[in-house]
Design a protein around this ligand. Structure first.
Ligand code: NAD
Ligand code: G3P
Length: 331
């Protein structure tokens, strides 16, 4: 049995704590708010996120990161990507030597354009081969309901990846390993941007042809960026690429797709933010991904248009016209 700390008691942190407990680990969730920590500890529910989920008794909670991290061999982080750097300073001093630090986050840091695993290495001083990424078609509510799914554990240290794989395997979650951390993280971050585009398409009343086109061409631009950054192109055909893209772009449970729907119906960024409560990572990450594309000289036309709709007030219908009138190309 392992001791796991899950830092972040939102939708995915809470569902993942259940996965870890069901896989046989002792789990301490770190929550920001005392009332959430108390409810998890005493009633085994998180009233703010996935309130219908009854957590196993092997899950406890605290607001003190030192308590959560005490003796943890697995440190799992599930907070919004843009808040990671600020939190790592507080947390890193409590990391157990040789603990594996697992990122569940799917975003790119604004300004530095770093992936979350890079940020953990840089800001927490953790060696790169101690950082793993868990990513795949894993909508939190479906995992919490024990609907069967697979996921990927990406780590440059293949033995460590296999240890994390064993530590999170349950009857409803089947983890695969992969040593392509760059590709797995990019797949997770960029699919959120493509899900925003699919949501916009849905909000504008377009059907499956439009969404399939966005998913397919979205995957093409994701793979182009990935290859420029050193990823294995095959990763994008796997769970962290195609798998997560399809789940997120197709599901009304996706916060990114839902956010896009609001924009597609003609709402402003502020109206969409007011109507949605949970983290939609693509809204901020589209800026960083657009900047990465510019930096590496990669064409990412869908990402470019999503950024314009989200941050420059472009009408999504004008974005569609821009995409459809690009110069003809071969596939
Ligand atoms: N929800 C999913 O289905 C899912 C699945 C896979 C990956 N992810 C990824 O997991 C990460 C977390 O997403 P989530 O779904 O749990 O989000 P969420 O919106 O459900 O919860 C966010 C959590 O982070 C906390 N938080 C917010 N601001 C913070 C700050 N400044 N410092 C510390 N904590 C803060 C909130 O209190 C909350 O507990 C994201 O990167 C997301 O892309 C989510
Ligand atoms: O709800 P979303 O849009 O953040 O997507 C959730 C997960 O990343 C799906 O794998």
């Amino acid at each position: 049995m392992k001791r796991a700390a899950v830092l972040g008691a939102g939708s995915w942190g809470t569902a993942f704590a259940k996965v870890l407990a069901d896989a046989g680990n002792d789990v301490t969730l770190w929550a920001r708010r005392p009332d959430v920590a108390t409810a998890i500890r005493e009633q085994h529910v998180n009233p703010d996120y996935l309130p219908e989920l009854r957590l196993p008794t092997a899950v406890t909670a605290t607001v003190d990161p030192a308590d959560a991290l005490d003796g943890a061999d697995l440190v799992v982080i599930a907070i919004p990507s843009q808040t990671l750097r600020d939190n790592l300073g507080d947390w890193a001093t409590h990391f157990t030597p040789d603990a594996t630090v697992v990122s569940l986050m799917k975003g790119i840091e604004l300004g530095t354009l770093k992936r979350m695993s890079e940020l953990i290495v840089e800001a927490a001083g953790v060696e790169p081969d101690r950082v793993a990424v868990v990513t795949g078609p894993n909508l939190a509510a479906e995992i919490a309901a024990e609907q069967p799914a697979a996921t990927v554990v990406a780590c440059t240290d293949t033995d460590r990846a296999a240890r994390v794989q064993r530590a999170i395997a349950t009857r409803y979650l089947r983890p695969y390993t992969n040593d392509d951390v760059i590709g797995c993280e990019l797949g997770g971050a960029v699919k959120n941007v493509i899900a925003l585009a699919c949501g916009m398409a849905h909000g504008m009343g377009f059907g499956e042809n439009t969404k399939a086109t966005l998913m397919t061409r979205g995957l093409a631009e994701t793979a182009r960026l990935g290859v420029a950054l050193g990823a294995d192109p095959m990763t994008f055909a796997g769970l962290a690429g195609l798998g997560d893209l399809v789940a997120t772009c197709s599901s009304p449970l996706s916060r990114n797709r839902t956010f896009g729907e609001h924009l597609g119906r003609g709402e402003s960024l502020e109206q969409a933010q007011a109507a949605t409560r949970y983290t939609a990572e693509g809204v901020k990450s589209c800026l960083a991904i657009r900047d990465l594309a510019i930096k590496y000289g990669v064409e990412m036309p869908i990402t470019e248009q999503v950024e314009r709709v989200c941050h420059e007030g472009l009408d999504p219908r004008v974005a569609v016209r821009a995409l459809m009138s690009r110069e003809p190309k071969s596939e």
